[in-house]
Design a protein around this ligand. Structure first.
Ligand code: NAD
Length: 502
């Protein structure tokens, strides 16, 4: 069992205090222990970032851009190593880990264009011999606190743009799968990033509390569950920090009577069960318009679930791995039980899974659950109201599109949604009016590309600015507007008590 410490000021440090086991979810075995930083150790990360800030903010954007290009190249070269770490600790299948990493690298691509996005705005002659421009200044030390479900991609939603904008960064990754961000930090140093610009402090509530309290931290980006997101938003704001806190989700896919059911079923399989449903954009509710479409959708999904391959993510051809921890599995199992008790029809019961071990020993102790499919789910059931974050899809039957939209709008979360239809008018009405931040039309996982921004509505996002893309430039910089006059021949300078106007 190896020890995972912290990466502070360009070096690996062991950490001195509490630790926690990190599991391989496919076998249930503890494979590492991870340091849980004390307040002092967390402050060491902040101090390193603070010391590195003056030189980094003055490093020309073109030079920062060159480091980003190199970083991208090294990430691509080391992609298999990073994905192996993701799969070992998270459990997702290797191709899915690669998908996550590539989406993270796309944000690095965007950060490679930092010279363009930081250009600012300039207006000549706003008054006699007066020019005015706006500049985007980095904030200083910023912190990122990230969830377990995308150990590479979600940190990369944050730090590449924050750092490209001239800030220095302290990342507090999930304590459940910390190895990928640790390797990525070392790769960034190899790319030429000066020491202290990017620090990784592993830990739990104690280190998060320290990041929220320390006055040197100017801004906090958080991604995780809604109760923690809300409390982080409130505490960090109360401490005068800029904060964006992305929370949980319950994403509905509406299936219209004119939809192509084969396409719908294929799309829903990946969107509901990919990554074991542990995605904040996973589809966890299929809202079927009319009983006929519901019967067909349920039958098509049940058929596909019979042959879905579930086993260790390292084995070729696997479609779904285990969930991340025993505690997660127990929570999901208890919700599945509640669905049965509360009267939903469990059409496919993933609790009877036969794991496709593929020669890996020890899978009998892994955190596996097969895909579960519930029909006749109603809105008062726990499986409808709560974010299950597991391989469970709920089918809700409605009579028309308006009823489907009302249901979605009434849910506390508003991260993603999608509509399957052949009707352009219905699609336009849906995307114009639905109260959700990211909408797909015949696209089940409408995760925006890196040059747009990612964020939900309602209790899926606390704060005004979304993650990555153009919003990240606004979030990680503060605007300064300079108005400058140089007296030139012929302009008379005199005292004037009226408010300056054109
Ligand atoms: P989580 O809220 O348990 O943990 C997220 C982070 O917060 C971790 O770094 C953790 O160490 C820290 N944390 C946990 N409890 C804390 C506490 N009491 N005080 C301070 N810090 C604390 O989330 P998770 O289980 O790691 O991730 C799954 C959740 O993240 C799901 O709800 C999912 O929807 C959400 N998520 C949302 C998005 C999005 O973009 N909206 C993206 C990915 C994941």
């Amino acid at each position: 069992m190896s020890h995972i410490g912290h990466f502070i000021n360009g070096v690996l440090v062991a950490g001195t205090g509490r630790t926690q086991p990190v599991y391989n979810p496919a076998t249930g075995a503890a494979v590492h222990d991870v340091a849980l930083a004390s307040a002092d150790e967390t402050r060491a990360g902040i101090s390193a970032a603070e010391a590195a800030f003056p030189a980094w903010r003055n490093t020309p954007p073109g030079k920062r851009q060159q480091i980003m290009f190199k970083f991208k190249q090294l990430l691509e070269e080391r992609a298999n190593d990073i994905c192996a770490l993701i799969t070992d600790e998270h459990g997702k299948v290797l191709p899915d880990a690669m998908g996550e990493l590539l989406r993270g690298i796309e944000v690095v691509d965007y950060a490679c264009g930092i010279t363009e996005v930081l250009k600012g705005e300039y207006s000549k002659n706003v008054g006699p011999a007066i020019d005015s421009w706006s500049e985007f200044h980095p904030l200083g030390v910023v912190a990122g606190i990230t969830p377990f479900n995308f150990p590479a991609m979600v940190p990369m939603w944050m730090f590449p743009m924050a750092i490209a904008c001239g800030n220095t960064f302290v990342l507090k990754p999930s304590e459940r799968d910390p190895s990928a961000p640790m390797l990525i930090a070392q790769i960034f140093k190899e790319a030429g990033l000066p020491d202290g610009v990017f620090n990784v402090v592993n830990g739990d509530k104690e280190s998060v509390d320290t990041l929220l309290e320390d006055k040197r931290v100017q801004a906090v980006s958080f991604v995780g569950s809604t109760p923690i997101a809300e409390s982080i938003y409130q505490r960090a704001s109360a401490n005068g920090k800029r904060v964006q806190a992305l929370g949980g989700a319950k994403n509905h896919a509406v299936v219209m009577p004119d939809a192509d059911i084969e396409q719908v079923a294929n799309a829903l399989m990946g969107a509901a069960y990919g990554s074991c449903g542990e995605r904040c954009m996973a589809i966890s509710v299929a809202v079927c318009v009319g009983d006929q479409v519901a019967d067909q959708t349920v039958a098509a999904l049940a058929e596909r679930l019979k042959t879905m391959k579930v086993g260790p993510g390292t084995v070729d051809g696997q479609e779904m791995g285990p969930v991340v921890t025993r505690a997660s599995l127990d929570r999901i199992l208890s919700l599945v039980g509640s669905g049965v008790t509360q009267g939903a029809s469990l059409v496919v019961d993933g609790r009877n899974l036969e794991v496709n071990a593929g020669g890996v020993a020890g899978t009998e102790n892994g955190f596996f659950l097969g895909g579960c499919l519930f029909d006749n789910v109603t809105t008062e059931m726990d499986i409808y109201q709560q974010e299950i974050f597991g391989p469970v899809l709920c089918v809700v039957r409605v009579k028309n599109l308006h009823e489907a939209m009302e249901l979605i709008d009434d849910h506390e979360y508003g991260n993603g949604t999608c509509l399957f239809t052949r009707d352009g008018e219905a699609a336009r009405y849906f995307s114009d009016n639905i109260k959700v931040g990211m909408v797909g039309i015949n696209v089940p996982l409408p995760v925006p590309v890196a040059y747009h921004s990612f964020g939900g509505w309602k209790r899926s996002l606390f704060g005004d600015l979304s993650a990555y893309g153009p919003d990240s430039v606004r979030f990680y910089t503060r605007r300064k507007t300079v108005t400058q006059r140089w007296l030139t021949n012929g302009i008379v300078d005199r005292t004037d008590f009226s408010f300056p106007s054109q």
